[in-house]
Design a protein around this ligand. Sequence first.
Ligand code: ZN
Length: 138
Amino acid sequence: MKSYRKELVFNTPTRRAIINITGSVQRAIDESGIKEGLALINAMHITASVFINDDESGLHHDYEVWLEKLAPEKPYSQYRHNGYEDNADAHMKRQIMGRESVVAVTDGKLDFGTWEQLFYYEFDGMRDKHVLIKIIGE
Ligand code: ZN
């Protein structure tokens, strides 16, 4: 069995952002030479997510509105976690959207269902943040 590890780095100009990482993950699979196996892709921070869904701007806007209802960013004083930091909402949004995605690799390609794409969801950006890609197989 082969394995391959790679980190992606993001520094978004805004506090929150959604970035399609499908091409970057496919490049990592190409680099790995692995044809059959599994790819794990996870945010290496507790204020960011990796998820799979549609690359549709209306849906991405809807996520923003929905997450703001569940865990509003402001007022910062509503959260006990805030004090040194102001990112309690970011921890909660990450919890809802999840830490990682796992995708089957078949014939050297991400084996997606219809419309599935991989995204990095930043909830507390404007600094370097990392995503881990781990691919195992042969
Ligand atoms: Zn925090």
